[in-house]
Design a protein around this ligand. Structure first.
Ligand code: ADP
Length: 236
């Protein structure tokens, strides 16, 4: 589903550029549940942004579902993103003036779904996530856990095969974290591919495969037997 070859991403700095990803090779198969861990600044969020086609890279190739997405125009990138990927962020990224169901329905607007269908699908998903009585609330009227469930519903509303989550439980208490993790597991069991960036051990433990990043590189990947890793680490 995901094939990265020698992907490199740099950001401009005052004096030169900082390398956030250095020649990353990565394959993720359909239906995998992958956790990306590593210390702050190691490149995890940048990797997720690349996988999610949220930003462009300097060099290297990316094939998503067999399609080369390396040199797409902005519009085609947005379409590929909308078709294939659902996002869950630590800070939820909900629109504050939109009701819960409207936030969930938003990706369907971009996809051109008629309004009546959008509402019905948003309502059905919120119902499934236990928020049937919160559909008309604004984000400010919801708890952190409820907001994250709205964000997860929004990620699922277009039925994308790939879910990308960046610290999805970063702002949540332990009970709510557990609820969100169970949801991610359920989403995975449905056959979706899930890639989650996390610094929380509890989150990483749920994933079948763990990728460790350090200084813009993947230094360990326990899901790929025999894959070369030039800096193997001891696990703690
Ligand atoms: P992580 O998610 O592991 O904390 P990031 O991917 O956010 O790491 O960052 C990797 C490196 O790229 C860091 O050195 C960071 O300072 C730098 N970086 C990330 N985003 C930007 C940006 N928008 N502009 C400049 N530098 C950035």
């Amino acid at each position: 589903m995901i094939e990265l070859r020698q992907l490199t991403k740099t950001y401009p700095m005052e004096n030169g550029r900082v390398e956030a990803l250095r020649r990353i090779d990565l394959n993720v198969d359909e239906g995998e549940f992958v956790a990306v861990v590593g210390s702050s600044g190691s490149g995890k969020s940048t990797l997720l942004n690349m996988l999610g086609l949220l930003d462009t890279w300097d060099s290297g190739a990316y094939r998503l579902n067999g399609e080369d997405v390396s040199n797409l125009s902005e519009g085609r990138r947005a379409r590929a993103r909308n078709r294939s990927i659902g996002f869950v962020f630590q800070s939820f990224h909900l629109l504050p003036t939109k009701r819960a169901w409207e936030n969930v329905a938003l990706p369907l607007t971009y996809a051109g779904t008629p309004r009546r269908d959008r509402r019905a699908r948003a309502m059905a998903l919120l119902d499934r996530l236990g928020l049937a009585d919160r559909t008309d609330h604004l984000p400010s009227e919801l708890s952190g856990g409820q907001r994250q469930r709205v964000a997860i519903a929004r990620a699922l509303v277009t039925d994308p095969p790939l879910i990308l989550a960046d610290e999805p439980t970063g702002n949540l208490d332990s009970k709510t974290t557990d609820d969100v993790l169970k949801l991610l597991e359920e989403i995975h069991r449905e056959g979706r591919t899930v890639v989650v960036v996390t610094h929380e051990e509890e989150v990483a433990q749920r994933a079948a495969r763990r990728i460790v990043m350090q200084d813009a590189e993947i230094v360990r990947d326990d899901g790929r037997e025999g894959q070369k890793s030039d800096r193997p680490e001891e696990s703690g």
